[in-house]
Design a binder for this molecule. Structure first.
Ligand SMILES: Cc1cc2nc3c(=O)[nH]c(=O)nc-3n(C[C@H](O)[C@H](O)[C@H](O)COP(=O)(O)OP(=O)(O)OC[C@H]3O[C@@H](n4cnc5c(N)ncnc54)[C@H](O)[C@@H]3O)c2cc1C
Length: 462
């Protein structure tokens, strides 16, 4: 701690939130010191940390004002489900958890929900469902919180039809590093009043301000949906089908690419069974519609397109329970791979280039004699490549493999990350992949929002 003793700061924090909500003993804050980033690439959390849990925007404001005056770093955390250590407190400072801020109000008239930052994705989905409304973004871990979903501009499997968080956040209440509370946007479908600071905040990974509340757009719930799992002889056929489905006029909620080994591993990990055991590659497609008839037409269209390419018999999950079950298996591939994982990459290319990216990944795997399991959001050109531990192999392959995959992604017109973000572990890659003028603008913006660099230092741009 720089301009203030730790004891004095703790006293001040206690006076703001109460003794019960300030934690200084490391053993009681262990789960706040890491996220879901694989252990081999996760940075170590610093010593000398204070965990604070405010219950209101006013308290967040007082905490930031005190931290800013004392030049003490503040690390906002959500559900700690991130995959790039964006919330890991890598230097001494304050861990700011908004988990007590969980108020949520559905506004059916405007098809919106107003949610505090600590509301979990699971709670948000349930509240919308009970109100007959639908919140589409679904990153795999429902323990993520509204603040984290916005700060990472999360995506997930359902982005093909409805897009990512950015398409849903209409307003935010934020607290600046100075403690000033600001409302950006509102319950508005259109807003062209000046530069969009709202869209700067979305995806800013806790480096510009603390998000305390959000206004999020919803859709009416469509009662009819089906999940189709289609087996193909191999990757090329599966990816050819993705293009044809997108051109057919049907817009699926999700088009996911999976391979049998990984999806079976995930099913076994959950004590479940994946329903399709044929094909070298499979597509997992979710369709929704306003009526049974419309759903049937879309389903037949998708099946027809796939069978023209020589796909095997599709398997349908029709009930809500079956659909939730297969989605859970798909969402847990990461968790199943994690014990052997070194890093999960998230390179995104134009959808038509996904096949080229996958071919290159296969060549890189052969070149270095390593196994690189892949799956991903095929409809979005967003591929998750897993760099795995390799028994008896010198670890220098890791940096080379990653660097070649990033270079390939960029050569194909893509970006180093499509949804997981930069966090603490991709800052060098961002610098390498970004034009100097663009980086300078980003640094200037950071300085304007947070002149003393107290907000999540060491993340995104350094
Ligand atoms: C199994 C699994 C599957 C996943 N699948 C996907 C996927 O499909 N798509 C996807 O996009 N992501 C996915 N993720 C990643 C992760 O779930 C998302 O990035 C999620 O949005 C993170 O939310 P969180 O609340 O856990 O944030 P954290 O991990 O706690 O924090 C993430 C970032 O947000 C900042 N932050 C948190 N709260 C606030 C706040 N109130 N104000 C300002 N900044 C804040 C933190 O400082 C940090 O920079 C997956 C993760 C797992 C474990």
């Amino acid at each position: 701690m720089t301009n203030v003793s730790k004891d004095a700061l703790v006293q001040e924090l206690v006076s703001i939130v109460g003794k019960e909500w300030v934690v200084t003993e490391r053993e009681y804050m262990l789960s706040y010191l890491q996220d879901e980033t694989p252990e081999p690439v996760r940075p170590k959390a610093a010593n000398n940390l204070i965990l604070v849990k405010p219950s209101s925007t006013g308290e967040v404001s007082k905490i930031l004002r005190a931290a800013n005056q004392a030049r003490v770093p503040v690390f906002p955390v959500g559900g700690r489900t991130g995959l790039v250590s964006a919330c890991v407190p890598t230097i001494p400072g304050i861990i700011l958890s908004l988990e007590r801020m969980k108020k949520l109000e559905v506004d059916r008239e405007n098809l919106m929900v107003v949610a505090e930052a600590g509301v979990t994705l699971g709670d948000l989905l349930r509240a919308c469902d009970e109100a007959g409304l639908f919140f589409p973004p679904h990153p795999g871990d429902e323990g993520a919180q509204v603040g984290g979903l916005i700060a990472t501009n999360a995506g997930g499997v359902r982005a093909v039809k409805y897009g990512v968080m950015r398409n849903y956040v209409k307003g935010v209440e934020v607290v600046l590093a100075s403690g000033k509370v600001l409302n950006l946007g509102g319950k508005l479908i259109k807003d062209n009043a000046g530069y969009s600071l709202l869209h700067l905040v979305i995806g800013s990974e806790g480096t510009l301000c603390v998000i305390t509340k959000a206004i999020i757009k919803l859709h009416p719930k469509s009662e009819h949906s089906v999940t189709i799992i289609v087996p193909f002889s191999g990757r090329h056929e599966a990816l050819q089908a993705v293009q044809k489905i997108l051109l057919s006029g049907v817009v699926p909620l999700a088009i996911e690419y999976v391979e049998p080994d990984e999806v079976n591993l995930s099913a076994a990990h959950l004590n479940e069974k994946w329903p399709v055991q044929v094909g070298g590659a499979q597509l997992f497609i979710i369709l929704n519609a306003e009526s049974e008839e419309e759903l049937l037409v879309s389903c037949e269209k998708v099946s027809g397109v796939c069978s023209e390419i020589g796909a095997g018999e599709p398997v349908l999950a029709e009930t809500r329970e079956e659909q939730d079950r297969v989605l859970r298996i798909r969402s847990n591939i990461y968790t199943a791979l994690k014990p052997q994982l070194i890093d999960i990459l998230d390179v995104t290319v134009p959808p038509s280039k996904l096949g080229d990216l996958m071919d290159a990944v296969e060549e890189i795997a052969e070149k270095y004699g390593v196994h690189l399991p892949v799956y991903g959001h095929a409809g979005d050109g967003n591929l998750h490549v897993h760099v795995m531990k390799e028994e008896g192999k010198a670890p220098d392959y890791v940096a080379k493999v990653k660097s070649e995959i990033y270079e390939t992604g960029i050569r194909l017109g893509g970006v180093i990350t499509g949804e997981h973000g930069v966090g603490a572990i991709r800052t060098q890659e961002l610098t390498k992949a970004t034009d100097e003028a663009e980086l300078n603008l980003m640094q200037g913006i950071k300085k304007l929002f947070d002149p003393n660099n107290i907000l999540n230092p060491g993340k995104v741009i350094t």
